[in-house]
Structures are given as structure tokens and as C-alpha cells.
Design a protein around this ligand. Structure first.
Ligand SMILES: [Zn+2]
Ligand SMILES: [Zn+2]
Length: 303
């Protein structure tokens, strides 16, 4: 009973302590805590009920793009690697946008990712495909042992109370997002019925389908991009460059380049290595919103 209560409390308060944690198998899945994650997947099936419209598809794609940028440029390149600098307001804004992707809070995400780089594809890596493709893709996210935010790995980010709040109450923003999308759909239904959308369609496409695509393409960097693709650099891990993934994940698919120079803001090295997050960050840099990009060590293109 206490375990059930702890799982339910953690739906809302991700930092809630549970003394039973030490007794749990760190690789086992806490199915009760995982129910919301499964529910988002099941929600996609309601596309068969609510029908579709170009408006719903556009919101699905647009919201995917916005959140993919928040995850790749900020959760990854900024919070995890500190590869550029920005103002405290922009830091908060993109932490907030990132948290709409329902990939936990910025501190949890950055801490686990820093651990990945410390131990990539060796003992201690949280999500190496050496321990199974499924584990590296999604098993590790759902496992008991990886639920806690590893605060010792992100002392630089722990200084900010607004980031601690977003991390501790990581479901609050997604829970506000769902009624907001529903209201948007109903508003459009009332104001412009010719668009053919409504509240539930907006929730299914704008939230469920968009979020599930975002999940599995982000997760693919940990699974697919450590298995399939080419290796320009002989790094101490199995990271690969994968052009298809790079296009879909705004540049993260140049993962072998990234493991070679993790602190570099830019991940596509050649002109043809499309790196959408880098282009957008450079545009933000021109507008004075971000600055001090770190570059790769010289000659690293050729190894
Ligand atoms: Zn990696
Ligand atoms: Zn990284």
C-alpha cells in the first residue's frame, strides 16, 4: 500500500522521498508510476475517433519542432553541456518549453545525460545498447533506479530555484498544457469551423501524437545512434553519425561528432551535415539572445 501511495505521490512530486527505494530492483519498471507515460501512447489511438484536419497536423508538427528545439538546444546543449550562455530569463523560458515535452525536468535530464558522457558504453552508462536495445531506448527511463534526479551531477543548475521547481513538479506544465490545447481547439471550432478542428482533436494531435514522436526520436539518439550509422571518430564508445536521425532530431543524429566534442555547440561539422538547432541558435545569437558558443577543438573534423 505504501509503495502504491509513493508511486502516486511521485506523479506530482518527483522529489518525494520513499525509504523503500533502496529495496527495489533498480532495473525493474514501476508500472504504476509509468501509467501516465503509457496513457499518452494510448491517447494516440483516439486519432481514429476524433478524425483529422490540416490544422491538427500543423499544430502537431509545429509543437514537435518547438519542443525538439527546446530539448536539443537547451536540455541537451545548454543545460547538460553548458556549450553556450544565455540570460536567466531565456534559461527559464526554455526550461519551461522543454518541460512541455514530458521528458522530466531539466535537472533530471541533464544529470542523466552527464552520466552518459562520463561512462558512454561502459560500466556505469545509464543507457548503453550493450545492455539491450530496448533498455537503451526506453527501459532505462521507466526503471526504478533512474527515477531520482541525480543532484550531485548538476550543482551548477541546482542554484536556480525556478529550475528546481520545474524539476520537482515536472508534471505540472504538461497537466496545464492539455486543457490549454483543448481550449485552443474549441476556440478554433467556434471562430473558424471551416478549419475542421475541435478540442479533442487538438489534444490527440497536439499533445499525444506530437509527444510520442518526440519521445521516440529523442530516445533514438541513445539507442539507434549508438548502433546504426557511420563512425568518423574512433571515440571510446559506440556512437554513430546517422543522417536520417539528424534531420528528424534537429542535428542530434551527428552523435559520433558530438561524443568527440561534447562541449561544442555545433554538432554537424561539414556544410552538408544539417544541424537545425545550430542554425536556430546562431540566429538567436545574432539577435543577442544567446552568446559565447563553444567550438570544437581545431582539426577535429579530420580526427
Ligand atoms: Zn551518446
Ligand atoms: Zn551530449
Amino acid at each position: 500500500m505504501r509503495a502504491t501511495t509513493a508511486s502516486l505521490v511521485r506523479w506530482l512530486d518527483a522529489w518525494a522521498e520513499d525509504p523503500k527505494d533502496a529495496e527495489r530492483d533498480p532495473r525493474a519498471i514501476d508500472w504504476l508510476r509509468t501509467l501516465p507515460f503509457l496513457a499518452i501512447h494510448l491517447g494516440c489511438l483516439f486519432a481514429l475517433v476524433v478524425g483529422w484536419s490540416w490544422t491538427a497536423l500543423a499544430v502537431c508538427a509545429g509543437f514537435y519542432a518547438l519542443r525538439m528545439f527546446a530539448i536539443t538546444a537547451f536540455y541537451h546543449r545548454y543545460f547538460s553541456h553548458r556549450s553556450f550562455q544565455t540570460s536567466r530569463f531565456m534559461q527559464f523560458l526554455f526550461a519551461l518549453l522543454g518541460s512541455t515535452a514530458v521528458q522530466r525536468g531539466p535537472l533530471w535530464w541533464a544529470a542523466h545525460h552527464r552520466a552518459h558522457h562520463q561512462h558512454a558504453d561502459s560500466e556505469g552508462d545509464t543507457h548503453s545498447p550493450r545492455e539491450g536495445f530496448w533498455w537503451s531506448h526506453v527501459g532505462w527511463v521507466l526503471a526504478n533506479g533512474n527515477f531520482r534526479t541525480r543532484m550531485d551531477l548538476v550543482p551548477d543548475l541546482m542554484r536556480f530555484p525556478e529550475l528546481r521547481f520545474l524539476d520537482r513538479f515536472d508534471s505540472v506544465i504538461p497537466l496545464l498544457l492539455i486543457p490549454a490545447l483543448f481550449a485552443l481547439g474549441e476556440l478554433l471550432h467556434g471562430l473558424a469551423p471551416e478549419l475542421g478542428t475541435n478540442g479533442w482533436q487538438m489534444v490527440v494531435y497536439g499533445f499525444c501524437i506530437s509527444t510520442v514522436l518526440l519521445y521516440h526520436l529523442t530516445f533514438s539518439i541513445n539507442s539507434v545512434a549508438h548502433r546504426f550509422g557511420s563512425r568518423r571518430f574512433e571515440t571510446n564508445d559506440q556512437s554513430r553519425n546517422n543522417a536520417v536521425l539528424a534531420l528528424l532530431t534537429f542535428g542530434e543524429g551527428w552523435h559520433n561528432n558530438h561524443h568527440r566534442s561534447p562541449a561544442s555547440t555545433r554538432q554537424g561539422l561539414r556544410w552538408w551535415e544539417v544541424d537545425m538547432s545550430w542554425y536556430l541558435l546562431r540566429t538567436m545569437g545574432a539577435l543577442g539572445l544567446v552568446w559565447n558558443f563553444k567550438s570544437r577543438p581545431s582539426r577535429s573534423v579530420d580526427g
